[in-house]
Design a protein around this ligand. Sequence first.
Ligand code: F6R
Length: 260
Amino acid sequence: MEIVITPDPAAASRQAAAYLAALVRRNPGAVLGLATGSTPVALYRELIRLHREEQLSFSRCTTFNLDEYAGLAPGHPGSYRRFMDEHLFASIDIPASRIHIPDGLAADIPAHCAAYEQAIAGAGGIDAQILGLGSDGHIGFNEPTSSLASRTRIKTLTERTRADNARHFSSAQSVPQHVITMGIGTIMEARAIVLLAFGEKKAATVAAMVEGPVTALVPASVLQMHPVVKVMLDEPAASQLRRREYYRHVFDHKPAWQQW
Ligand code: F6R
């Protein structure tokens, strides 16, 4: 894991966007794994800026989102499809046919999940996966005790996650109980992973993910087993890392030839 401690979320988001932009310029047909939630919003804003001002084109990219609420139509204000349209897709040049988000209204959820896995494999796998971090340690919506080998499937949200996400709904009770999410095994197959986490609220979970044991109780800790992971933090999110001075030292002394 490479731990990158940045002054603030804006700096982390710019760096993450620069990484994705370099990937897309190198490989215009890149396959991007995308996340929703508050964390990547500034990253998406920066990608939109790069598209408008610096000719970054997504016209040949393919995207796969991590998750969607079961039971929500794509147009529902709380749906992740709607979120992605608002925060990214409507403002860049990606063709609709290249966008993939689990269908919250799928009639046969196991078949839909299997087809989602097949679509990822058919696209050649995910080149770079963006992740946020749940306050309970989830990635995607793989809640604590999820199998570390899991594939795309239906999951039941914890009450903590429902409470965390209530701000996107009219009331806490209207947050759906179930989601369709890429599995941890699916996420681990991405060739590179960029996880963003900001704010003091995430500090204990960040420390458990980076410096604690690999355990299904903290699903994000499995990223310790992935060879290419960047963890982009602001200072408050990094505040409980015991070795944070070492991570700064490593980053500051990174060989000039070493790419992201
Ligand atoms: C979103 C997702 C979740 C969020 C996590 C953090 O697609 O899969 O894992 O990344 O819940 O959410 P925020 O960014 O709102 O704190």
